[in-house]
Write a protein that binds this ligand. Structure first.
Ligand code: ADP
Length: 473
């Protein structure tokens, strides 16, 4: 502000000074010409013999009068007593002009002196020429004379502007310093600040949201840990209770195998609980080792493998398992996808009745069917796991249908929650952890898919999973 104001003031002063100087110079010029004409008029009214006498008695000593004979020799000069020493003036431009045209005017700039001289000459009736001249300050000395007042003015201005800009800055900053960032849009401030405040508000809202999400995640984690400890407690109590009895020799021979069996099945429960918890936390952190690479995975093959791994359970429960449909490929983690199929089929067997049926089906969403290339196996590209989703490939739909107990409509969302069980006793007695469907849902969403349950209560249920499709290559 200071530099700006000073530059403007100095520039302005320069321009104004120039304007004044030149208008003053003009005035001087016409004034001198007037004086020359006046003197000429006076002299013309006199007898030429009285010219010198008249001129000698002029009192205005600032003005120099010179009388020049028509031949150019100087007859009189008010500033020089012995005119005979002066050279002939006929060639002086103002004299030459006056001799020729009646009037002449000239300004001689002096580079050394700080003065200019201006001359005005008028021809008299008898042919001689009267010249008046005046010395005046040159532009340079005119400016020189201004130096001091300008320096004083600039100093005063400096102090003034300096203090004023401080004052103004402080005034402008006061409402900004007082801004309430807790509620940015509530501040009453310059409209120029509004976009900034809006951005701050936006950012704060985003931050708030993130904090809420973080708190929620923390809560879920805390609940989860509490649940895990709680779930561990029962089998541990059973195990330590029965083993204590056995240790103290309080169990007779025939009960021994039965108690050992109880201990075994409880430890199995703990084992699967630990496995599930570990898998879930791995999913939560989404850390998988290098060899858990993303591959196009054939969901039909996955179903076949899950079926064979569950064959003994199916046999024990007298439930048939069928794998049907096409070779649909899903880009993803094969181990997790197989775990998903395993959990869904296992549930369909466990929550079924003797003689029940389970059907695992793979299908493609559109008429555009996979063209049989899945039959030939070739090298698989693992380089680009995050290749943008290609709409060209049809969705892969995996459904697991059973004719078991079914799930009431109101509970269909809940069953995917961690540790949620419809019938606690039945789940436990069949070896459930309450985490299976939570793992399934996690796997499905992390593969970009969706899962839903349908069916009629009491007449079985169908779990339908939809994945974005991929080719074998
Ligand atoms: P669990 O280890 O108890 O099976 P899940 O998360 O796999 O835990 O399932 C949660 C609950 O959903 C189960 O306790 C059960 O009540 C219900 N459920 C899951 N699958 C089926 C199914 N196919 N038929 C009926 N109920 C089911």
């Amino acid at each position: 502000m200071l530099v700006f104001v000073l530059a403007i003031v100095l520039g302005f002063t320069l321009v104004i000074t120039l304007i004044f100087y030149f208008s003053y110079e003009n005035d001087e010029q016409s004034h001198l010409i007037n004086q020359a004409e006046e003197a000429a008029a006076r002299l013309d009214g006199l007898n030429p013999d009285n010219y010198i006498d008249y001129l000698d008695h002029q009192l205005d000593t600032n003005i120099r009068y010179t009388l020049v004979d028509p031949d150019g020799s100087v007859l009189f000069d008010s500033s020089i007593s012995d005119v005979s020493e002066l050279e002939n003036h006929a060639s002086r431009p103002e004299i030459a002009d006056a001799l020729e045209e009646g009037e002449g005017f000239v300004r001689r700039y002096s580079t050394t002196l700080n003065e200019d001289t201006i001359y005005a000459a008028v021809r008299l009736n008898d042919g001689s020429v009267i010249r008046v001249s005046e010395r005046r300050a040159s532009l340079l000395s005119y400016f020189g004379g201004l130096n001091f007042p300008v320096v004083i003015g600039v100093a005063v201005l400096f102090v003034l502007v300096y203090n004023l800009s401080r004052l103004v800055t402080r005034r402008i900053m006061r409402p900004i310093d007082a801004l309430d960032f807790a509620d940015p849009l509530e501040n009453e401030i310059y409209t120029e600040m509004q976009p900034l405040l809006e951005r701050i508000d936006e950012q704060q809202n985003r931050l708030k949201e993130q904090n809420e999400q973080l708190a929620k995640a923390q809560n879920i984690r805390r609940d989860f840990s509490a649940n895990v400890s709680h779930e561990m407690k029962t089998p541990l109590q059973v195990i330590s209770g029965y083993s204590e009895l056995m240790k103290n020799g309080m169990v007779n021979e025939e009960d021994m195998t039965k108690f050992a069996g109880i201990i075994y099945s409880e430890s199995q429960t703990m084992r699967s609980l630990i496995n599930d918890v570990l898998l879930l936390s791995k999913l939560d952190e989404s850390i998988f080792s290098e060899d858990d690479s993303i591959l196009p995975t054939d969901m039909f093959e996955v179903g076949m493998r899950a079926k064979s791994r569950l064959s003994s359970l199916a046999e024990e429960r007298q439930v048939s398992v069928d794998v049907k449909g096409v070779h649909g490929f899903v880009r993803g983690n094969e181990t997790l996808l197989e775990q998903m199929a395993l959990n869904l089929i296992e549930n369909a067997i466990r929550y079924n009745h003797e003689g029940g049926h389970v059907i695992y089906t793979v299908s493609l969403s559109s008429a555009e069917k996979a063209d049989g290339t899945e039959e030939t196996s070739g090298p698989v590209d693992t380089q680009s796991p995050s290749e943008p989703e290609n709409d060209k490939y049809p969705e892969v739909i995996v459904s697991v249908e059973d004719d078991g107990s079914g799930i009431p409509e109101s509970k269909r969302d809940k069953i995917f929650e961690r540790f949620y069980r419809l019938e606690k006793s039945r789940s436990k007695e069949t070896g459930g952890t309450g985490l299976g469907l939570a793992i399934v849902k996690h796997t499905v969403t992390s593969h970009g898919g969706t899962i839903e349950v349908s069916g009629e209560e009491g007449h079985g249920s169908t779990f339908t999973v939809r994945f974005p499709g991929a080719t074998e290559a």
